[in-house]
Design a protein around this ligand. Structure first.
Ligand SMILES: *Cc1c(COP(=O)(O)O)cnc(C)c1O
Length: 710
């Protein structure tokens, strides 16, 4: 049950931490007691930034710091995102910085120092510091185990400490003070990405990796004890006039350990919106300080709004929260979920899962599915389908082109991806960059691949009778030479059956001969000492009709989507399959058509009597076949059939709704799927259009709204 991770506590406490940062910059208790304000803003609130860092470490770093390569992607994403945010925040604060005179007489070196260490505005130091800290840790972990990385981070923190709260202890020592002073030429504070952030990032990563958790009472007791001790530390240092700056304490690290444990024991559902709130509150609050002060002056309310530090703090919090809410709302409007606005594809997740299980049950235990998701998963949407299959444990896919493979990789689909078709030599480098396997189409093609000069993963195609792609099975010597090519990493060998849709005598004989020829080639190659890692020959019909011929993989496409090529075949199929896809569109308009009037292009239809017609927002550009014109096809509206009238247009189709008198604009028309008691299958559509289901599916247009997974 670790899958449903209840880390919402981290999200909520990040918001608390953001308000603590606001407190640091507004000193809420100053009007009442300097001591209490010191305690709140110089001691307690010092947990805020380390907490942000630990959350980053917790989610981003565990894999990389514990030696797993695949974690780099999330690190890279974090670096990119944080840098962009830094850029944006810099732009936001440039006017304020100019107004405050930050950029007067600044040298090139000063600009560099500001960008890398100090931040382009005072509070923004955190953004470059978190990136710098992350990069430093990633670099260290390339050579060192986690323990050493943590140790180095802790030592760096100690070094930083003596440039911060403990500076008084070194400022009089001859050599050390010079070293620190030299350091302060490079950065204004040691509280930066080099000395301050690595230890908290690493600590966060440790929590992300280790399952060890303190019991709730222990974390809370530890937290309170540490906070009290840290308060003592803070007051003592202040009394001794030791600090140069006051954000690094010895007790901060143990305090953070207990605080993080305590927050983790707070089991709440993840709250991504709250998470983004805290970031924006952090970014915007200095702007709001300026604004609140400006407004107070303009309204002549300085006494109340600024001089009362608590009211000032609350006003800044409120305004920051408000602006953040606006930004979050705007950004979410942009990234709204896929709509059902005009014409769309819906996928039934349960049906897909059912088909996977049914096909797995049909095949022998040692044969794995290698789903074919070419042509955008037969119009279903290759990304949502493959990701769902990944979640079901499937780790091998087939596509038709290199571009289809790249799209899957860019969307983080895991496992082997085999390109079944032709890839031009100019695109061979993509095979390596995206870890795609290429089909060896024939001997000449193998030579081209080999001449590319770098290792590529391949599956060798063998032609056993279809005579499309694959080296002819009788050319054993060519095959042997392919297996000897040193740049081909041969991951599999396969053939394709071409008469497996039937088990009638002729087809059966042909299919078995193909399988035998394939087996022979494999035996010969194996006898010559070539390994044939994975073998595969079955596609959907093969899996249904000839499961006993299965190899290591079965390249099933169509059946996975819940149908076979035609109505008869689907009805006769011995494997229980459920259709995955529905196709729907909005009714744009409903109107009367009077006897004798025409409708649509080309005078192909005249109303035989008064009738009611509807324009539905889908046309042949969306994959609704033009062959369904003039009564050949129909759609469902309000659970009843509405036949097509006139010829199908590019973007619309007209249907007869005389029998559906309540039909109205905005209704949903079902083109494939069920509505009330009625249903139209893709097989019906294929039959009416005189084609096979695969063609209907794969021609579903890319204008359709997709990614709607039920
Ligand atoms: C398309 C294709 C498949 C999948 O076929 P279905 O009949 O949809 O299962 C399998 N193998 C090859 C070589 C293909 O081109």
């Amino acid at each position: 049950m670790e899958a449903k991770k209840l880390y919402g506590g981290l999200d909520w406490f990040k918001l608390v931490a953001a308000f603590l940062v606001v407190a640091i910059h507004t000193s809420p208790l100053e009007s009442f007691s300097a001591e209490w304000d010191f305690l709140l803003t110089r001691v307690v609130a010092r947990v805020a930034v380390p907490f942000f860092l630990m959350v980053t470490g917790f989610f981003i770093l565990p894999k990389v710091l514990f030696g797993e390569k695949e974690g780099f992607r999330s690190v890279w994403k974090f670096v990119k995102k944080t840098s962009l945010l830094y850029l944006l925040a810099t732009v936001i604060y440039i006017p304020v910085g100019i107004y405050a005179g930050h950029f007067q007489n600044i040298s090139f070196f000063g600009v560099l120092r500001m960008i890398v260490f100090d931040g382009t505005f005072y509070h923004l130091w955190y953004l470059p510091a978190s990136v710098l800290g992350v990069l430093l840790l990633v670099l260290l972990s390339r050579k060192l185990p986690f323990g050493a990385v943590l140790l180095i981070s802790s030592l760096l923190y100690l070094v930083g400490l003596f440039g911060d709260s403990y500076f008084g202890l070194v400022s009089d020592l001859p050599v050390l003070s010079n070293i620190y002073e030299a350091g302060f030429q490079v950065f204004s504070y040691t509280r930066n990405g080099l000395f301050f952030t690595p230890v908290f990032l690493a600590l966060g990563a440790w929590f992300g990796r280790c399952r060890f958790r303190l019991k709730k009472p222990v974390s809370f007791t530890g937290l309170i004890a540490c906070l009290l001790l840290m308060a003592g530390e803070g007051f003592l240092l202040r009394q001794g006039n030791v600090p140069r700056h006051d954000s690094m304490y010895l007790l901060l690290a143990p305090t953070m350990f207990f605080l993080f444990s305590a927050v983790l024991s707070w089991k709440l559902a993840p709250a991504p919106r709250v998470r983004s709130f805290s970031t924006w509150v952090y970014i915007f609050h200095p702007l709001m300080i300026v604004l609140v002060r400006g407004a107070a002056k303009a309204l002549n309310a300085t006494d109340f709004l600024v001089e009362n530090s608590l009211v000032h703090f609350l006003a800044v919090c409120f305004c920051s929260l408000f602006l953040s809410a606006v930004v979050v709302a705007l950004s979410q409007r942009r990234a709204r979920p896929p709509s059902k606005a005009r014409a769309w594809v819906e996928l039934d997740r349960e049906a897909l899962r059912h088909n996977v299980r049914a096909l797995q049950a049909q095949l022998p235990g040692n044969c794995e599915l290698m789903p074919v998701v070419k042509a955008d998963a037969y119009g279903h949407g290759a990304v949502p389908v493959s990701k769902e299959l990944n979640r079901m444990g499937i780790r091998a896919f087939c596509v038709a082109s290199v571009c289809e493979g790249v799209i899957l990789r860019k969307n983080l689909v895991r496992g082997e991806i085999l390109i079944l078709g032709y890839t031009h030599p100019s695109e061979f480098s993509l095979l390596r960059r995206y870890r795609l396997s290429q089909t060896v189409i024939d001997f000449d093609y193998a030579e081209k691949l080999n001449r590319f000069g770098k290792k590529v993963r391949v599956h060798v195609g063998i032609d056993t009778g279809m005579h499309r792609l694959g080296e002819r099975c009788e050319n054993v010597s060519s095959l042997v030479r392919i297996f000897r090519m040193k740049n081909l990493q041969i991951k599999g060998v396969f053939t394709h059956l071409c008469a497996d849709q039937s088990t009638a005598a002729a087809e059966k004989q042909f299919t078995e001969a193909q399988a035998l020829a394939f087996q022979n080639v494999i035996s010969i190659l194996q006898r010559q000492g070539f390994p044939c890692p994975k073998t595969h020959l079955l596609a959907s019909y093969g899996a249904v009709n000839y499961p006993e011929l299965a190899g290591d993989y079965a390249r099933v496409g169509l059946a996975l989507y819940g149908v076979l090529g035609s109505k008869e075949e689907t009805a006769a199929c011995s494997v229980s399959l459920k259709p995955v896809l529905s196709l729907k569109a909005r009714v744009a308009s409903v109107k009367n058509l009077y006897s004798g009037e025409t409708a649509g292009y080309g005078l192909t239809f005249f109303a035989p009597g008064d009738m009611k017609i509807a324009a539905v927002s889908i046309g042949y550009a969306d994959g609704f076949p033009r062959a369904l014109s003039n009564g050949a096809g129909k759609v469902l509206i309000r659970g009843r059939e509405a036949p097509v009238i006139g010829s199908v247009c590019m973007d619309q189709v007209l249907v007869d709704v005389t029998q559906v008198p309540e039909a109205a604009a905005g209704d949903i028309a079902t083109i494939i799927g069920t509505d009330g008691g009625a249903a139209i299958g893709v097989c019906d559509l294929a039959e009416q259009a005189g084609t096979i289901t695969n063609e209907i599916f794969s021609r579903l247009g890319n204008r359709l709204e997709r990614n709607i997974v039920l």
